[in-house]
Design a protein around this ligand. Structure first.
Ligand code: IPM
Ligand code: MN
Length: 344
């Protein structure tokens, strides 16, 4: 008997509702072909939710996220939410005790990209660092942000990076990113925690890189990277560089994973320019859903979804505008669902 999983869906803003609906169709197709079943419950969060009720991250939504087997998120227009209006992404990441955001970036056959041989994963701490959300004014003309780095969070994230390097069986290398020359205390602690974890993984090579040098090397020699371990802001930037080098944000998936809870989201934002038009590329969300399926222990189904997306992209006949085609989100999803039938 195939298992049933409860999924809490947080569609959010902009193209979020469209792309999560596409991903739900793909997940439903798994069940139709005797794969696992999914029940979906949609809950409010994001800028629209703030406009409706003054809180972008209602308590009830976090409770629903915790009660589900996993969470699938669309996109949130966090820049529009004023201070005090709620923090959906920060709230989820801390509320679900996420250890890292796992962001794979790899070249996809048939999709033109600046790098034809990138296959890395950014493992990014997402609850503290420069994005601690602790900011204050000193007088009227000086604004400060507090970069918080704890040994507990750094250790948790580092462990996830080494686990990724072990599971991926690529070079078996973790590159920890820092700016130790300036951030002596915070990155000193971060690197110290990472080095301590490295001692538990003697088969994985551990190296460190200044973030600026790492950004350049990533562009010049993407193939040498395996797992990049980073604090919050550095990982945010490097994961977008990696996605851009690979197949673009339209195909970049991610999962925020903790010991008990996890949620999955495309790396892209709300794309307000195309929201509501039905032309957004659903692949990043479909691939995030595949990461979710893998996290739930359904590796064969995750492989099938990833294979179906890859097949559609390789065939090239059905593509959304960002990939140079003119297919709608629905047509792209139809093609993925069709390709999935052949793979289960
Ligand atoms: C991401 C996003 C978010 C982040 C923003 C929207 C707060 O850029 O998930 O990469 O950096 O945390
Ligand atoms: Mn980002």
């Amino acid at each position: 008997m195939a298992a049933t999983y409860s999924i809490c869906v947080l569609p959010g803003d902009g193209i979020g509702p469209e792309v999560t609906n596409c991903a739900r169709r793909v997940l439903d197709a798994l069940a139709a072909n005797s794969g696992p079943r999914f029940t979906f419950e949609t809950h409010p969060a994001g800028h629209g939710t703030f406009l409706d009720g003054g809180d972008a991250m209602p308590e009830a939504t976090l409770a629903a996220a915790k009660a589900a087997d996993a969470v699938l998120l669309g996109a949130m227009d966090v820049a529009q939410i004023p201070p005090g209006g709620g923090d959906p992404l920060g709230g989820l990441r801390t509320g679900l005790e996420v250890g890292a955001s796992i962001r794979p970036a790899r070249t996809i056959a048939g999709v033109a990209s600046p790098a034809d041989d990138i296959d890395c994963v950014v493992v990014r701490e997402v609850t503290e660092g420069l994005y601690s959300r602790i900011e204050y004014m000193v007088g009227e003309d000086t604004a400060c942000a507090v970069r918080v780095v704890t040994r507990a969070a750094s250790t948790k994230t580092a462990r996830m990076a080494f686990e990724q390097a072990t599971a991926r069986k690529k070079q078996g290398r973790v590159t920890a990113v820092h700016k130790i020359g300036v951030l002596k205390l915070t990155d000193g602690l971060f690197l110290d925690a990472a080095a301590a974890v490295a001692r538990d993984y003697p088969d994985i090579e551990f190296e460190t890189r200044n973030v600026d040098a790492c950004a350049m090397e990533l562009v010049r020699e993407p193939a040498r990277f395996d797992v990049i371990l980073a604090t919050n802001a550095f990982g945010d930037i490097l994961s977008d560089i990696a996605a851009g080098l690979a197949a673009g944000l339209g195909l970049a998936a991610s999962g925020c994973i903790g010991e008990r809870w996890a949620y999955f989201e495309p790396v892209h934002g709300t794309a307000p320019d195309i929201a509501g038009k039905g032309v957004a590329n659903p692949c990043a969300t479909v691939l995030s859903a595949a990461m979710m399926v893998r996290h739930l222990g359904e590796a064969a189904s995750a492989d099938a979804v990833e294979g179906a997306v890859a097949a559609v992209l390789a065939a090239g006949a059905v593509r959304t505008g960002d990939l140079g085609g003119n297919a709608t989100s629905t047509e792209m999803t139809d093609a993925i669902v069709e390709a999935l039938k052949a793979r289960q």
